[in-house]
Design a protein around this ligand. Structure first.
Ligand code: AMP
Ligand code: MG
Length: 291
């Protein structure tokens, strides 16, 4: 099995018929254990290193990776794993929290726009403008905080946001930013197990937040919001990957496979040396050899 193929079954290019219930959070594809996956995990990381080097050298495409998930689904650990295969110089991670007072003075795409990756770079968003159709949809109070003119807040607001996000992503794609979006799909049962581990294991205590338990009571609302989000924003140029998240090793493998698949499809190469550059290299070599 080719490593890059691992992610294919989880990729949604067209959300029209998407149903979350058709995806099993405990799925591990054709692999059964972390030992089965080890070789693929290592290969994925090595391949990513090579492809990122070309992406950077070419200085033309950029890659934006967006991560969304319920609490304890493993976003941070997955980002750490992905990052272990890339040169930090060509990669930046941003975590988006509850919007600040300054951020609330602007439209909902403003704060993320400032952190889009430059050409040749990989940008990782730990949460993103998708919170605007997730937490903000689940908690009407969050929408009230956004200071929108009341006449603009109608029952169409979510469809309008989906439309604006689709347009924004199409614009980015047309300008050379490749967008891949990951929903780490965790089961409610596994979330409970991970929360309990955060309470029981001293080195995990710091990760525990009472707010997470509160959000868990909105589980069904969130699942519905995620489904709607994917139905409305999965496109060919900015697909969602619904990655099974009950087994961390598989999450890491599937995400790195998706990134490898994406970069491989770009047909990246080191920039070609033209006649002028070849001459420059030759002259430099002669100079060096003289001394
Ligand atoms: P964490 O990632 O655990 O540090 O938590 C960040 C918190 O910020 C989460 O509860 C998110 O739901 C919340 N958050 C992120 N973006 C937004 C947003 N646009 N509006 C409201 N809350 C947000
Ligand atoms: Mg949290």
């Amino acid at each position: 099995m080719k490593t890059a193929k691992v992610a294919k079954p989880y990729r949604i290019d067209d959300g029209k018929h998407f149903r979350l219930k058709n995806f099993d959070p405990a799925d591990t594809g054709r692999l059964h254990s972390v030992d089965d996956a080890k070789e693929h995990l290592q290969k994925g990381i090595a391949r990513m290193e090579d492809l990122q080097d070309k992406l950077y050298a070419q200085d033309c495409w950029s890659l934006l990776l967006i991560f969304q998930a319920m609490d304890a689904a493993g976003k941070d650990g997955t980002i750490k794993h992905v990052m272990s295969g890339v040169n930090p110089q060509g990669c930046q991670v941003y975590s988006f929290k509850v919007p600040s007072a300054t951020e609330l003075q602007h439209d909902f795409l403003w704060r993320t726009t400032q952190h889009l990756p430059e050409r040749g770079h990989i940008g990782i968003f730990n949460r993103s403008y998708y919170e605007e159709v997730l937490v903000v949809r689940v908690h009407p109070k969050a929408l009230e905080n956004e200071k929108l003119p009341p006449s603009l807040v109608t029952k169409n607001i979510w469809d309008e946001r989906f439309e604006d996000i689709r347009s924004f992503e199409r614009h980015m794609a047309r300008n050379g930013t490749v967008i891949r979006k990951f929903f780490l799909h965790l089961s409610k049962k596994e979330q409970k197990r991970r929360f309990l581990a955060r309470l029981e294991e001293p080195e995990k205590n710091w990760k525990f937040s009472a707010a997470d338990i509160h959000e868990r009571t909105y589980w069904d609302d969130y699942q519905k919001a995620y489904e709607e989000m994917i139905r409305n924003t999965a496109t060919e140029h900015a697909p969602w990957y619904v990655i099974p998240a009950d087994n961390k090793w598989f999450t890491h493998l599937a995400v790195s496979a998706a990134i490898v698949e994406t970069l491989e499809d770009l047909g990246l190469n080191y920039p070609k040396v033209d006649a002028a550059k070849r001459k420059e290299l030759q002259t430099a070599r002669q100079l060096l050899e003289k001394k």
